[in-house]
Ligand binder design. Structure first.
Ligand SMILES: *[C@@H]1O[C@H](CO)[C@@H](O)[C@H](O)[C@H]1NC(C)=O
Ligand SMILES: *[C@@H]1O[C@H](CO)[C@@H](O)[C@H](O)[C@H]1NC(C)=O
Ligand SMILES: *[C@@H]1O[C@H](CO)[C@@H](O)[C@H](O)[C@H]1NC(C)=O
Ligand SMILES: *[C@@H]1O[C@H](CO)[C@@H](O)[C@H](O)[C@H]1NC(C)=O
Length: 529
């Protein structure tokens, strides 16, 4: 190393030290699940280095691990967080096991992030240090920008009843001070649709003759890093969690998990948005979600903005996703679940010492009720090993409390319906039992495969009674619009099978031992890694 080079390095280290170290880096602000720390460190080497240099860093035991999420450059398969399993038939989707695994990895696991990172392309290039910039993945399903200008002077959100207007901007009303590759932008328009891409918004992106912030063209300047999101239905758990999981994936694409960020809900109307699950936002931001309409009539400049992945992207997670058969266990979806539980302070109290914790989700709706629910619950209660809870998840029970019950359910039972999305919060060793899928076979089966837990459903149609043919408001007979009764002994046969699965799951056994056998507190996390 030459003298100059050594000096430079020393200066760089000193700078880093003053920026991060001088006042003591606040390790608590990471707020990451302990299991995620080494992964985060390896994709943030400067923070890892700081930990190495700080005696008080609480994560020093992770420094020697080489673990990586899976999308980082140089991340080998062996070092990945967790790899999915493909022990079933791919039904012709893939030629062999290796390509089956690879396909699942790219569709549904951290390979998905890797694919997006590989697509990232600069669309507007800065000419000087403090210029604007814009880069996007294919079809503008995710973008990030610097010093971006949004002119809402003519937006009149208050007059609008359309949540996703596609003509919000005219040329010059969205843009930045940078050199735009017009052809490249135009080539990304194929997925133009409200919840599939940001093309309707970015189509009019214009290279501006002025620097929006420095030349004082903004009524509002947003300094804090900001995520823009177009949301699916906030009243439905299945739909809304599609928003949250895509926000989490977007954070991986950007490699940043700070909660000191704004979230702006891109809704071009000022109609109220009902959000039954809003407690979940606390895992992502310290502030309340800002409606776009609060910027009505203003020119807004955002210094660091991310246009997040969308809930209904083609082949996106998880709404429009034909998932390759035969595989399960996405490390990314598991990480999402861990991240939420950690940030929302929902703890795992199990496994219980001598019992299997069973939750049966009751519905008080017109259709899809279990007619002999009481009979099933009584039968379960005759088994000493079963700890049974009958719950109704509604607005009277805070959402975090619902999540806590689900997180502490070894077996979760429910009939087809959005409530089954709670399977995302169950522990690794769990079973979700969709007692009847109402002929919608893939929805929760696929979600359980993503989460990597065991899915079960009713096996013998003759041992089930359908109340009547069903009454869809327009389509006539329909299996989702009626109620069902289930044969008790067949039900119990399936429940014993489910309990067996839980009891013999390596994750269950490990957690049980850690809890009830003399454990060495400090070493068990290390052994895991
Ligand atoms: C910390 O940094 C030193 C010097 O670069 C290195 O030798 C050591 O292996 C690092 N420690 C760990 C635990 O990675
Ligand atoms: C990846 O490995 C190559 C070759 O060993 C190396 O040059 C490169 O710096 C590595 N990249 C990262 C991000 O570590
Ligand atoms: C860019 O902005 C920073 C911080 O505002 C400032 O210190 C720097 O001088 C600017 N650089 C240029 C080239 O304008
Ligand atoms: C995205 O990542 C960059 C680089 O780490 C960071 O500066 C920025 O704040 C992040 N953006 C958001 C919205 O979190």
């Amino acid at each position: 190393m030459t003298w100059a080079c050594g000096m430079l390095l020393a200066i760089a280290m000193l700078l880093l030290y003053t920026v991060l170290g001088c006042y003591g880096y606040n390790w608590d602000q990471l707020k990451l699940h302990p299991e995620h720390i080494p992964f985060f460190f390896n994709s943030n080497p400067e923070i890892k280095l700081l930990c190495n240099q700080t005696e008080t860093c609480p994560y020093r035991w992770t420094l020697s691990t080489k673990k990586c999420w899976g999308y980082e450059e140089n991340c080998t398969v062996l070092d990945r967080m967790k790899t999915p399993e493909c022990d079933g038939d791919s039904h012709g989707w893939a030629a062999d096991r290796a390509s089956q695994l690879d396909m699942f990895w790219k569709q549904a696991d951290f390979g998905y992030v890797n694919e997006r990172l590989n697509e990232m392309k600069r669309l507007c290039t800065p000419n000087t240090q403090n210029d604007s910039s814009l880069e996007c993945v294919r079809y503008t399903r995710f973008c990030r920008g610097k010093n971006i200008y949004f002119d809402f002077k003519e937006a009149s959100f208050s007059q609008s009843r359309e949540r996703f207007r596609e003509d919000l901007f005219k040329a010059g009303q969205i843009g930045g001070h940078c050199t735009l590759d017009r052809e490249a932008l135009k080539a990304e328009g194929e997925h133009k649709s409200a919840l599939q891409s940001w093309f309707a918004e970015l189509e009019q992106f214009t290279p501006l003759p002025f620097h929006p912030i420095k030349d004082q063209h903004c009524d509002v300047i947003i300094d804090k890093p900001t995520y823009l999101m177009k949301l699916d239905a906030g009243v439905n758990l299945f739909h809304h969690f599609c928003d949250f999981i895509n926000l989490y994936i977007a954070q991986h694409v950007n490699n940043s998990f700070s909660t000191d960020v704004n979230i702006i809900m891109w809704d071009t109307s000022s109609m109220p948005y009902r959000d039954f699950f809003e407690d979940t936002w606390r895992a992502f931001t310290d502030y309340s979600v800002k409606p776009l309409s609060s910027y009505d009539g203003k020119r807004v400049c955002i210094k660091e903005v991310v246009f997040t992945l969308l809930p209904r992207m083609r082949y996106g997670l998880y709404y429009n996703m034909p998932l390759i058969p035969g595989c399960s266990g996405s490390g990314m979806v598991r990480a999402f679940s861990q991240h939420l539980m950690h940030r929302l302070h929902i703890s795992q109290e199990g496994p219980a010492k001598y019992s299997i914790r069973i939750t049966l989700l009751s519905r008080k709706t017109k259709y899809r009720n279990i007619l002999n629910q009481d009979e099933l619950v009584s039968a379960l209660k005759t088994v000493g090993e079963f700890e049974v809870k009958l719950v109704e998840y509604n607005l009277d029970m805070p959402f975090l409390e619902q999540m806590k019950i689900s997180h502490n359910s070894d077996i979760f039972i429910g009939i087809h319906g959005a409530g089954l999305t709670h399977l995302l919060f169950q522990p690794d060793w769990a079973v979700v039992f969709e007692i009847y899928n109402c002929e919608d076979e893939h929805c929760y089966l696929d979600l359980a495969r993503l989460r990597g837990i065991k899915y079960m459903t009713w096996e013998k149609k003759e041992k089930m009674v359908q109340e009547d043919e069903g009454h869809h408001p327009t389509l006539g007979a329909h299996s989702k619009f009626t109620n069902y009764a289930f044969d008790v002994s067949e039900f119990m046969r399936l429940m014993y099978k489910a309990a067996d699965y839980v009891r013999t799951h390596p994750g269950f056994i490990k957690a049980w031992r850690e809890k009830y056998e003399t454990r060495k507190e400090e070493t068990y996390m290390k052994e895991e890694l």
